[in-house]
Design a protein around this ligand. Structure first.
Ligand SMILES: NC(=O)c1ccc[n+]([C@@H]2O[C@H](COP(=O)([O-])OP(=O)(O)OC[C@H]3O[C@@H](n4cnc5c(N)ncnc54)[C@H](O)[C@@H]3O)[C@@H](O)[C@H]2O)c1
Length: 372
């Protein structure tokens, strides 16, 4: 029996191609693993009315980790239209497999390393090396939403919240409510994960991101929990920044930052900003980390325009595989993959279109594998 059981979830579009390239690297590395394919994505939504079938959920219950490519998703109406005729009109609603996966397996931390590998023509500045810790299951993404607003909820809010009086004359179907739900437990554990990482990885500072001056209740709680975690790590410097100001300062001087800790929505935004500074979608990777399972993925989607052309950059997926190796405790193998990626980028002989080259997805995978 292999040492690791890894769920292999290519998904849709270029997800299939970038995962195949990552596999070339993992195979060359000789990881003692069994890769178990899992069904996920648009094809399963259309045929079965479920983009994340129960059999894939069951598979994830019995693996050490998962590597995930990308999926296609569409707004509710378009999704309904593409269902197979037998499933249409049955009230089946599309649910995002990624959001469900995070919630079902309590993958509470989203870890996004953003490193400018020397020589990458897409680097905003050389030397950027940031890590974003984003809370992954709560906040505005908790899914507690109302549109139209139920009368009961409106009556209750009118009774409990003075600012809500501003909406008392708006018809129920003319506004929507999305609840930002942050818990102390959820905030504490992501904060602890960020400080623990900083202390183990020899990082100097954690920046806590919030907007607690305006969003007093939920961001106030997050900030309070993060400050509490900071007190447990006196060796790590701490600062705090409002989300809006941080976006500006990050661009002005990314070297002022090191580890960035944020609730879900702000973390989502900052992660993309940071990813763009170090090469964009072709290089951005992330880990969705829980107590029992971790799922690693490139941050890009299925890029339908490029699907089937073997032209997209697989480095994001290869770097996601590196994160997975690291998380499994395969530190030496993880370091080899990173070194190989860095060498291929520095030499600049093999580049996909986004980096200004003409090489294929497969050739990029092979180039990294050859450096191992
Ligand atoms: N995690 C996910 O699976 C995920 C994330 C984002 C979007 N999506 C879904 O993917 C589909 C397409 O969405 P989109 O077009 O907005 O975003 P996308 O990330 O799929 O692609 C946007 C553009 O970025 C570039 N790009 C993306 N990945 C690249 C790579 N590896 N190498 C080079 N260039 C790359 C391409 O120019 C592409 O057209 C939608 O159905 C969307 O819902 C899925």
């Amino acid at each position: 029996m292999a040492r690791y059981r890894i769920a292999w979830l290519p998904g849709d579009g270029i997800g299939v191609e970038v995962m195949a390239a990552a596999r070339i690297v993992l195979d060359a590395l000789g990881l003692d693993a069994e890769y178990v394919p899992g069904d996920i994505g648009w094809e399963f939504w259309r045929k079965e009315g479920e983009a994340f079938p129960q059999r894939t959920i069951d598979l994830l219950k019995g693996v050490n980790a998962a590597l995930f490519g990308a999926i296609t998703s569409k707004p509710a109406k378009a999704a309904e239209e593409e269902l197979s005729p037998a499933l249409k009109g049955k009230g089946i609603a599309y649910r995002s497999p990624i959001v469900r996966m995070r919630q079902l397996f309590d993958l509470y931390g989203c870890l996004r390393p953003c490193k400018a590998y020397p020589g990458n023509p897409l680097n905003y500045k050389e030397g950027i090396d940031l890590v974003v810790f984003r809370e992954n299951t709560e906040d505005l993404y908790a899914g507690v939403e109302f549109s139209p607003v139920p009368q009961e909820l409106r009556d209750l809010l009118l009774r409990l919240s003075r600012p809500f009086a501003a909406f008392k004359d708006t018809p129920l179907d003319q506004y929507a409510i999305s609840c930002k739900v942050n818990t102390r437990k959820g905030s504490e554990r992501i904060a602890r994960a960020a400080f623990e990482f900083a202390s183990k990885a020899g990082r100097r500072k954690v920046t806590i991101v919030h907007k607690a001056n305006v969003v007093r209740a939920s961001d106030g709680l997050f900030l309070d929990a993060a400050r509490e975690a900071a007190r447990q790590y006196p060796g790590i410097a701490v600062d705090e920044a409002n989300i809006d100001a941080l976006c500006m300062w990050l661009l002005r001087n990314p070297f002022n930052y090191d580890v960035i800790l944020a609730p879900n929505l702000y973390g989502d935004i900052i992660s993309d900003l940071c990813a763009q500074m170090v090469g964009g979608l072709g290089l951005g990777c992330s880990g969705n980390i829980g107590e029992k399972l971790a799922v690693f993925e490139p941050t890009h989607g299925s890029a339908p325009r490029h699907a089937g052309r073997n032209e997209c950059n697989p480095l994001a997926t290869i770097l996601a595989a590196r994160m997975m190796l690291d998380w499994l405790g395969e530190k030496e193998k993880a370091a080899r993959v990173e070194k190989a990626v860095a060498e291929v980028i520095r030499e600049g002989r093999v580049r996909t279109y986004d980096m200004g080259g003409k090489n294929s997805t497969t050739e990029m995978g092979e180039a990294v594998a050859a450096k191992l």
